[in-house]
Design a protein around this ligand. Sequence first.
Ligand code: FEO
Length: 393
Amino acid sequence: MQIKDSINYVGKVDWELRAFHGEELSTFNGTSFNSYLVRDEKNVLIDTVWTPFTGEFIKNIEKIIDLKDIDYIVSQHSEPDHSGALAHLMMKIPDTPIYCTKNGKMALKGHYHKDWDFREVKTGDTIELGKKSLSFIEAPMLHWPDTMMSYLSGDNVLFSNDVFGQHIASEFLFDDLVDQATLEYEALKYYVNIISPFSKKVEKKLEELLAMNLQIDMICPAHGISWRANIEKIISDYALWAKGVNKDKIVIIYDTMYNSTRKMAESIAQGIKQSSPQTEIKIFKSSNTDKSDLLVEVFNAKGILVGSPNINASLLTSVSSILQEIKILNLSNKKAASFGSYGWSPANIKMLNTGLEEAGFDIASPGLKTQWVPDKDALTKAEELGKEFAEAF
Ligand code: FEO
């Protein structure tokens, strides 16, 4: 597949994948492992693919050039979804130099234990390809210490690796050819789940990129489709997401054993509705909701309420788990409150508040506990909590 006259897509579209990073991240729309072959007087391969697709990847390249005609390999990020095919490729062309960051070299050595011809690069370093040149831009912690991007002059293409990626499998290569709602959602989901723990780094890197005044006609990430129609939008979306999003939306997350905490959740929602009818309210049972999608809901809400019954001086597992995941996102400027039923020990409220505080939320209420099954009075109190919470903004 042709990206530009001198750039071929040699990656792998994976229509099957439904989970990534083990089972941590859902990928309901599949994904792709993008690798690009840039042809000039010198030929450069940018990134590879995940190990299981090594054979197809090598064939993709061989349809275009002989492997020995690859002059340089650029490894922008050593995570195995982008470097997995490297070891096999290097068995065939062992003397080919590999351009990567210092951290990239360390990580590649750590993964593959080979003394390949590594060429360490820093921001601003450039390799001449003939008519065009390839310049490197370090992007540490977006999302690994080794990450870098590469800019191809002449074609004005930014190869951005994981940054600006999305987990989408598509027969199309470009942003203007795919379903826009899916694209927007998957770009956001990718940002939230992969990039947002490093949002402060994103802000700085975007400032640095803009200060470089690069003419960017295309952004080619390492997953999903490439951006050619919505370049400014995806960059401004990243700037917005990095600063934090607080939509007029409140998310209620709970788990329940015998429906007491669920009843509280629904009464809290009624209270929010009465006090703030325009606010979007979403309610999720954490044990039957996809975690990666739930994090997106939390990411763009202005506040959350989290509920769990007490069980053996602990929270239900799905609630503890989502609290831990939310903490990793490093969110700020959001409010939270807790609720839940209990039998003889209301330790759940304290644990929920601690979890929410540790996740960086402002606690807007001491929390609401209900002993045993909530009666009419208890549900009225839950409604009151909803009203107070809605009025706290
Ligand atoms: Fe797509 Fe961080 O690997």
